[in-house]
Design a binder for this molecule. Sequence first.
Ligand code: ZN
Length: 118
Amino acid sequence: MSSEQSVKKAAELLKQGATMLSEACPLCNSPLYKLRNGEIVCPVHGRVILAKDEEEERKFQRELLLDSAEKILVESLNGVVEKLKNDPMDSEVIMQVIRYLDSLERLKRIRESSPEKQ
Ligand SMILES: [Zn+2]
């Protein structure tokens, strides 16, 4: 995108009620804009997720990690439950189900103890 186009886009954003932020896009250094719905956008790159500081950056990463851990656990649990359908008395499979449920329960507790949820 040419700088002329990004200026045009910025003007468009302002017309839509966006406000210019003091932060710059981490990719292109253009000033960032906050839309009325709270979304932060760069006139060149579109939506940008902006971490205010390192702590927030870690928080984002932690959330992402917990999300993907939960997804993997749920998917694995589904697979094990399928096995259980074939042999409901298979105690090893039952133990696996319990272990997955246990892990999910722990994950839930970790999320609830997150500082941002308090
Ligand atoms: Zn940008």
